[in-house]
Design a protein around this ligand. Sequence first.
Ligand code: GLC
Length: 690
Amino acid sequence: MSYDPPRPILVSSSAASDVVKRQVGALFNGVGAAQGREIQRVAVEESRLGIPVLLAADVIHGMRTVFPIPLGEAASFEPALAERTARATAVEATAAGLHWTFAPAVDIARDQRWGRGAEGAGEDTVLGCAFAEARVRGFQGPDLRAADSLLATPKHFAAYGAVAAGMDYNYVEISEGTLQDVHLPPFKAAFDAGALTVMTAFNDINGVPASANHALLTGLLRGHWDFPGLVVSDYTADMELIAHGYAEDERDATRRAFTAGMDMSMQSGFYAAHLPGLVESGEVPMALLDASVRRVLSLKAAIGLLDDPYRSLDPSREDDISRLEAHETLARDAGRRSIVLLKNESDVLPLRRDARIALVGPFARDRDNIEGCWTLFGDKSRYISLEEGFRAALPHAGSLEIVDGCGLESPLEGGIEAAVAAARRAEVVVLALGEPQRYSGEAQSRTRIVLPAAQQVLAEAVSATGTPVVVLLRNGRALALEGAVRDARAIVVTWFLGSQTGHAVADVVFGDYSPSGRLPVSFPHDSGQQPFFYNHPRTGRPETPEMSEFKARWREHPNTALYPFGHGLGYGRIEYGATTVDMAKLPVSDVLTVRATLRNHGTRAVEEVVQLYVHDRVASRVRPVRELKGFRKLMLQPGESQEVVFRLAPAQLAFTRADGTHGSEPGGFDVWIAPSAMAGVPARFELLPR
Ligand code: GLC
């Protein structure tokens, strides 16, 4: 199989002169080992001090081989899978001459109107921590000095996912407890996994921009967490201090950002322009500059650049396509493991290969919305569309009829009629619907998280024929499903799965793989419920099955999820036995053992994501109705029973208490081993006082 060479974004000759004239220390989004070598040669041989430059890019979920968007991969509930895809990405990215990627995004996204949830691991902190550390380990590998080690950058520090109303770049008003307990832990997990850089966020935190937030960048990061690495701005975040109304002018912005703890300015040019004068005037102490320079040089030393400036810059490695075959196989496996089956009435899935199938919708043939957001270097020649995946899976092409039906966002002349006719000829319709990939990612906040109207019209028309409908969703966020889409026989969430989309989806649709993904974000009844997240605090008027009048709910809907966090079906029948605990009273010095027995009553082996939840019944601050504390994906053979055991330590019950300290509090707890955030019957235990 021939591959297109990576399309290097030529590093302009001005970049080379910048390295010399303006002492640029790092360049980003230029790729190509040969270009990188030339830039490095200029840096080493022609610049004043001969210090090698760092070459970086946004390689978020794949380089030439594109893997599922991070939110989709989080649905696998398999951090080890994310580590493997990050490792493969690092192999390809370093072969293309990169030392550093601006990933993983570890923002916790509780408002699906925000478009950048697609880049993270969803709404839960425990899941977010697991994927943050896995991706850092995957990108960096075991040896930072290895040619295929890629520096990771957990971003965006901090609380970027908490932007008000889910509007990107908006202000952030947040309690200290929510900041500490929800949004910060994934960064700490990334640092504990070895991340040596961090990127600041565009947003403020309670009025102080994150990029000039001394309490965050120095107090917490250096003082409390003892982070030894480098802080880089997101793009022009230092320049934006002026627009925030937090800095008078460029010089003031430079002083505020640098003295707060930002070591490297990515894009504004302010540091080159204003730092020398600020140091000469004494407004920036030389000691602060020395400390920052030391961190930049230490980072370059840590990855071996000072010993070998041409590390990773080997054009011969760049064209070795043997790796890419292996990465395609991984991409297909990652794709199918990320797929979530929300609904499967009458076991309409998996489909028979000899069934007459109408594949209908704007994503049926689409190859332009395969990647998802933040894919800059994917090799499009290797992408597999739904059509290609389905045709490869079906022995008789005649059993498959493909009709677009409508455009991504607009009707097609005669599209509905053609789709209805095809539906009438078919035994089953597979409706390939979703968001265009430009609907998620940066600066893509939406007021209504629904399908484009033209697609909903198509769905209604096709469903009216009475032919059973299976909906395939392509999406970068949770969606509010409506009408015929919500009422379809089966609903499959396929996110953006990357290079191997068509094969991964076909593997699930035709039963070669039993879907094992679970929702990392709640699917609401309606957009108006946002921000909606499963682990919301209790209220004084919780709705109960008996009583919904004058309770915390909407006129139109209960304030619950249509499909909750953690939900997903497979092609088995898994029964959960009762959750039990080994002690009713848990001393703080002990560990609770929680058990449940699962049984597969189905006829095929399936993977199940078993989830451990707790609820702190009474505390000094109102606590979430449920919190994920552990998860495990396991295989159950037909008829097999398996006892699942979780260990729960009192430290896992800690939170930021009303007095601002962090720790657990004695009292009663509910605990579940369950298949989602809304399922199961809890056991109870009491945490004893110290
Ligand atoms: C963008 C994004 C950030 C990215 C950076 C460099 O604005 O916020 O995630 O890494 O700029 O492209």
